[in-house]
Unconditional design. Structure first.
Length: 257
């Protein structure tokens, strides 16, 4: 009886593993050699938009090929570094679509190059479907000057959100200097995306993404700071006033980090 149970448990575990593998989307571009694996994956919403898909895939391919070239150079200098193959993964995931026009994408990178543990990071892309290009959040605000009123308010919102999340995780007080070091500058404050909203076609505010080590230890993982649109209401341009509204959905708060 015990043997049958063990066999059944092993079979179920194997089935679960196969299902997990099957659920993983096939990369849209990949490189595989004896010493390196690299892949680029776009989600279904991105692939449904030819211009956006082409833009992301071109960037992803260039990233993968550069990593291969760098790895080839390293391998020639020190083959022992490649006793285990190096691994690179880049995934593009749609985070929100606002007004049917503005698409926020999270670009998640993973790499293992033989160290004590793999590393990961996140960046963001804001795509304007009408213009067919990447843009920044500048058109949504009356001004975004370095150290200006908008960026100072944005920074205050980010810090408040990070401190609240630290308290929630029981890591309050750790890396306080890193949080205080966040600069009120659009190119320094951190990768930003339009947060989804409970109101159809609107954005509830801004999400800022901080990878492991940025504002906490590696074990703490990624942090996402949320700044509600009401905090930034005094600084909104007409286009910002048009696209922001509603509240942050519960599923966005609970999104794994």
């Amino acid at each position: 009886m015990l043997a049958r149970r063990a066999t059944l448990a092993a079979a179920l575990a194997c089935l679960a593993s196969l299902c997990a593998i099957a659920a993983e989307p096939k990369p849209d571009f990949s490189i595989k050699t004896k010493w390196l694996e690299a892949s680029v994956t776009l989600d279904a919403k991105i692939k449904a938009d030819p211009a956006l898909a082409a833009n992301c895939l071109a960037e992803g391919k260039a990233w993968a090929q550069k990593n291969r070239a760098d790895a080839d150079k390293e391998r020639k200098q020190d083959p022992d570094l490649f006793r285990n193959a190096w691994s690179y993964e880049r995934k593009y995931e749609t985070r929100s679509v606002v007004d049917g026009r503005y698409v926020s994408i999270i670009r998640a990178d993973y790499e293992y190059t033989g160290g004590a543990h793999p590393n990961s990071s996140s960046d963001t892309i804001l795509w304007d479907r009408s213009a067919g290009k990447r843009i920044s959040i500048r058109p949504f605000f009356t001004e975004t000057a370095d150290n200006g009123p908008t960026m100072k308010a944005m920074r205050q919102g980010v810090i408040a959100s990070l401190r609240a999340e630290k308290r929630k995780r029981g890591t309050d007080g750790t890396d306080a200097s890193a949080i205080e070091g966040i600069e009120p500058k659009l190119l320094k404050i951190g990768p930003v995306a339009l947060a989804p909203s409970t109101e159809e076609g609107k954005s509830s505010g801004l999400n800022f993404y901080y990878p492991p080590y940025a504002v906490g230890s590696y074990a703490e993982g990624e942090y996402v700071a949320f700044v509600p649109w009401e905090t930034l209401k005094p600084y909104l341009a007409p286009e910002g006033a048009r696209i922001f509204g509603g509240a942050r959905p519960k599923e966005d708060e609970d999104r794994p980090r």
